[in-house]
Design a protein around this ligand. Structure first.
Ligand code: FES
Ligand code: FES
Length: 162
């Protein structure tokens, strides 16, 4: 992963939801902008844009990361999955169903990020305790403060994995 920013426009090539894509970028282009404005993948939301809320969560090489903090030049040859792909995956279905059953969705602005994190944490081996899973998900904020429903869904998902 490159750590020094380019001085001029450059071509970024990466794997996006299983497809090889390329795009011309400015030195300061961020992944969240590319997703939403270039590829029209708007599941990752603009929230704080400083890495505090998790609304823009993607998977970078299989692990959750905030798209608002990822500079495009860091992503040469890397793999990105967004909610548009993860929402279709078998692994995320129990998470989505649990959130719906447990009233873990209100306005829905945080929900894509919650699904990204919860699906990831539910797949960890060994299975995390509820406390560990909650700590892991502490980067996902809900402005509707619907944490009780989200926590119930997390409990269900972890117990289904038992
Ligand atoms: Fe990226 Fe808040 S918008 S963490
Ligand atoms: Fe509204 Fe979480 S449901 S921000």
């Amino acid at each position: 992963m490159s750590t020094s920013p380019p001085e001029t426009m450059y071509t970024l090539r990466l794997e996006l939801n299983g497809d090889q894509v390329k795009v011309e970028c400015q030195p300061d282009t961020r992944l969240l902008t590319l997703l939403r404005e270039n590829w029209h993948l708007v599941g990752a939301k603009r929230g704080c844009e400083v890495g505090r809320c998790g609304a823009c969560m993607v998977w970078l090489n299989g692990a959750p990361a905030n798209a608002c903090l990822l500079m495009a030049y860091q992503l040469q040859g890397q793999s990105i999955r967004t909610i548009e792909s993860v929402a279709e995956a078998v692994a995320s279905q129990p998470v989505q169903q649990a959130l719906a059953r447990c009233a873990g969705v209100q306005c829905g602005y945080c929900t894509a990020g919650i699904v990204m994190s919860m699906t990831y944490v539910a797949q960890l081996e060994p299975r995390p305790s509820l406390e560990e899973a909650e700590r892991f998900m502490s980067g996902n904020l809900c402005r509707c403060t619907g944490y009780a429903g989200i926590k119930r869904a997390l409990c269900e998902v972890l117990s289904e994995q038992a």
